[in-house]
Write a protein that binds this ligand. Structure first.
Ligand SMILES: Nc1ncnc2c1ncn2[C@@H]1O[C@H](COP(=O)(O)OP(=O)(O)OP(=O)(O)O)[C@@H](O)[C@H]1O
Ligand SMILES: [Zn+2]
Length: 818
């Protein structure tokens, strides 16, 4: 008898064994997908990991349904990586498989598919087999179907390959796609021809146009726009301002006065200089590149610590080139693809078709395409740019991993399991494949900088900004003092307002940062003090003015804005605290003649949400951009000279051992958006605690000082990098049960780990979606075996779950929690 062990994409500890025939036994290789029955009537896509002849003892092996691949879709290398991840992050192989494989690889009976209206459908129909045609017909008037329904209609279970084919042909899609591929758009611009740039010729032109008033108007408008701001002028903008038609603009082009040109909408270059794709490295960058390569003689990992706008990207690019030239694969990890259309197009210019982008929110179609290209080592996917899930692509010949903005906490996956840290996991991946890792940041994480300082990683620094531009000038504004002296207008100090006005007068742009969205986080009754709370969560509702709603930021619950207090009926409702929306509203009143944009998760929903706002700002259509931490992620704007931070305190006061480190990073990164070209930038930080050490360190760019001070605290209070941590979260709908069970678990852990256990305690928001939360933190000293610690924790978890009244409590394990 022959058997195959498979991983099922569900959270069970063990692999499952199925029966196969002798022919299947010799055909199936580890890494191939098999459709298998599971439970009463479900069909899952599973992954073969081993064929053998040992009959399972505990249960009778069922037969597999079908083999879905002719060759493996993952290599043994991935299976090894998955095993490491499962064990390190205390997850199951099934959970890793679900995170790793593109959704289209994991069709199962519960998957919902939808029919696409495809213009080329007719063409394909001839090439389809009867079964696929039948599946298409099954849709009839419905737009979506469960795969199990297809199975029912066709009265057979072997439908997955046909559905896969339909997905490949773009006739059918999974019902979960959000984004389309990123395609840069071209925007048309107008400028004077060389000949007419000279003033003398200009006068002649104006005279000549005396009898074509509309064209003359166009030309005059061109001058006035140019006088206002030195930026490329869009054809559309010019036409609209002049009330002219495109024919009239064309006439000026054919007269040789204007010429039009196109720029990819995210490649706008100010000050009239054309960027060429290939850049000459400056000395600092050359040296950095050399030092990084030298460090690889003795290190696997190197940290590039380069201040904001030092030109780290160009260093990455040059290093990547060398690995590609050797025929190696390169992985470029980013914290958040949606925010980095700028970088994508910059890299596309360098690497053309060697570059693929992998995004868990791209269409299934594209994800599968990139996956297969990597699997087949196609030249198209030699360099892959992706967010954390790109780690799982089937690399086999990886030479280099670049982790850009390595300090970003979004490299950590929160939910669902596996709760991995992509930066850390990439180091293991690289090690398994004999590749090198480059971590880059202007504000490295404490953990990374510690590893670099102690010699575990190489360390290369770039202290100057590219092009001899100075770091922005920082000042801290004491708003308590300003309030007392009545020098505040809304949430703006007189100093900040003056700086904004000055920048706008010069045609420059401004970024304002407020780490909270909505209008106001608390609505309070002046009479009785009641503040409306979310019924499902333990937080107050945030007021969103534009929508006239009160919303919960944890569960999405919302109601219409109240006219009266729910408790006492008083009409005197007051708002406390402020978010980006309020800043925007105030700005619109203060600067009615300017365009204000807002970038937070309320304004960036939908397909091209981020892109639209970033592009509008880049093109100068928006003068002031207000936003949350989304603004910080490595954006490269050229006309921003002022960055204002409206209230630095809210970040500093978050109860978390990383809060100070994170505040430093956040403020330093937003500040880094100012004055990246030519003119030195200004950063104004408003705070009630102007003497806070972190603000002092930010304003003097004292990274090292911050590092040493924070490291000292971590040492004293025993936190990473001196300890590892595992956070255990318990969740249950019953308050009594969560209290009792968390105390039980805490005590059981304390019996083994003594005072290394903190808690249980309720987190700041201790109830979300009607579930109560309790956290327990275990600190594991460096010299204690992580392996044994985890084993002990799992054992205690088993005992916990064997207590019948606790069985329904959910336990979440988070290794190296963030
Ligand atoms: N060698 C070069 N030649 C021409 N321009 C360069 C060169 N190096 C960097 N630049 C320009 O300098 C600016 C800053 O570079 P880049 O965005 O790579 O900085 P960074 O170090 O990644 O900054 P941040 O950490 O803030 O993201 C960019 O506009 C880039 O085009
Ligand atoms: Zn809620």
């Amino acid at each position: 008898m022959y058997f195959v062990d498979v991983i099922l994409p569900i959270p069970v500890e063990n692999a499952f064994t199925y029966r196969i025939s002798e022919a299947e036994y010799s055909f199936i290789k580890p890494g191939m997908r098999l459709a298998v029955p599971f439970g009463k009537s479900k069909i899952y896509t599973s992954l073969a990991i081993r064929v053998h002849q040992e009959e399972p003892r505990i249960y009778e092996a069922k037969e597999i349904e079908q083999i879905l691949d002719e060759v493996p879709v993952v290599h043994q290398a991935q299976l090894n990586f998955w095993k490491w991840m499962a064990s390190y992050y205390m997850a199951t192989l099934g959970e890793i498989m679900r995170a790793a494989l593109p959704g289209a690889f994991l069709l199962e009976s519960e998957t919902i598919i939808k029919k696409l209206s495809n213009d080329n459908a007719e063409e394909y129909l001839d090439s389809l087999d009867d079964e696929s045609l039948l599946i298409l017909k099954t849709f009839k008037d419905q737009s979506i179907l469960r795969i199990s329904e297809v199975m029912q209609v066709l009265d057979k279970k072997k439908v997955l390959p046909s559905i896969n084919r339909l997905i490949d042909l773009n006739l059918v899609a999974l019902d979960q796609e959000i984004y389309e591929a990123y395609k840069p758009k071209l925007v048309k611009y107008v400028r004077l021809t060389k000949e007419y740039e000279q003033e003398a010729n200009m006068h002649i032109a104006l005279d000549e146009l005396n009898r074509a008033p509309k064209q003359r108007e166009l030309l005059l408008n061109y001058f006035s726009i140019q006088a206002r701001a030195k930026k490329p002028i869009k054809a559309k903008e010019l036409q609209e301002q002049s009330g002219a038609s495109s024919a009239q603009l064309k006439a000026l082009v054919s007269k040789g006065i204007f010429e039009t040109y196109k720029i990819k909408k995210d490649r706008i270059v100010y000050s009239g200089k054309e960027d060429s794709a290939v850049k000459q490295l400056n000395t600092q960058q050359e040296n950095a590149l050399k030092e990084i390569k030298a460090s690889y003689d003795s290190h696997e990992v190197c940290l590039l610590h380069g201040v904001t706008a030092s030109g780290k990207t160009e260093v990455y690019v040059n290093l990547i080139k060398e690995y590609l030239a050797e025929g190696k694969q390169v992985l470029y990890l980013l914290p958040e693809i949606a925010l980095t259309t700028q970088l994508v197009s910059r890299l596309q210019e360098f690497f053309g078709n060697q570059l693929s982008v992998y995004h868990s929110k791209y269409s299934v179609h594209e994800r599968v395409e990139v996956w297969n290209n990597v699997l087949n080592k196609a030249s198209k996917a030699q360099l892959v740019l992706g967010a954390r899930s790109a780690l799982f692509l089937p690399f086999e010949n990886l030479g280099l991993v670049v982790v850009d903005e390595e300090h970003e906490s979004s490299y950590k996956q929160y939910d669902p399991a596996p709760r991995y840290q992509a930066r850390d996991a990439s180091i293991v991946l690289a090690f398994q494949q004999g590749a090198k890792v480059l971590l880059g940041s202007a504000t490295p994480s404490l953990e990374t900088y510690y590893n670099a300082s102690t010699g575990k990683y190489g360390l290369v620094t770039m202290k100057e900004r590219y092009g001899n531009i100075l770091m922005p000038e920082n000042s801290i504004i004491d708003i308590q003092d300003k309030y007392r002296k009545k020098r505040m207008t809304g949430h703006f100090s007189d100093d900040l307002l003056r700086a904004i006005t000055d920048a706008l007068d010069l045609g420059e742009q401004v970024i304002l940062f407020q780490n909270r969205r909505g209008y106001s986080p608390i609505l309070e009754c002046n009479t009785c003090g009641h503040a409306p709370q979310c019924p499902n969560c333990d937080v107050s509702l945030t007021f969103h003015k534009h929508r006239s709603q009160l919303r919960c930021h944890y569960c999405g619950y919302h109601i219409a804005m109240l006219q009266k207090c729910m408790a006492c009926g008083s009409e005197e409702l007051d708002t406390k605290g402020f978010g980006t929306e309020q800043v925007e509203v105030e700005l619109k009143e203060l600067y009615p003649e300017y365009n204000i944009g807002r970038m937070d998760s309320d304004t960036t929903r939908g397909k091209y949400g981020f892109e639209k706002i970033i592009t509008a700002f880049e093109q100068g259509e928006v003068d002031i951009l207000v936003g949350t931490q989304m603004l910080t992620k490595g954006l490269d704007f050229r006309n921003v000279t002022l960055v204002g931070i409206l209230n630095a305190d809210s970040m500093l006061n978050i109860p978390d051992f990383r809060a100070h480190e994170r505040s430093f990073q956040l403020i330093q990164q937003v500040s880094g958006r100012a004055g990246r070209t030519q003119k030195r930038g200004t950063v104004l930080i408003q705070s009630y605690n102007p003497h806070h050490q972190i603000l002092q360190q930010v304003s003097t760019n004292a990274y090292e000082k911050m590092y040493h001070e924070q490291l000292e605290e971590r040492h004293v209070y025993k936190y990473p990098p001196f300890c590892r941590t595992i956070k255990i979260t318990l969740k249950h709908r019953d308050f009594q049960k969560i209290e009792e069970s968390s105390v039980w678990l805490g005590q059981a852990l304390k019996n083994v780990f003594k005072d290394q256990v903190l808690g249980p305690e309720p987190p700041p928001v201790s109830r979300i979606r009607n579930e109560y939360y309790r956290n327990i933190l275990i600190k594991i000293p460096r010299k204690q075996s992580l392996e044994k610690t985890k084993k002990a924790i799992l054992k205690i978890r088993s005992s916990f779950l064997s207590i019948s009244q606790y069985r329904s409590v959910k336990i979440v394990l988070d290794v190296d929690n963030y």
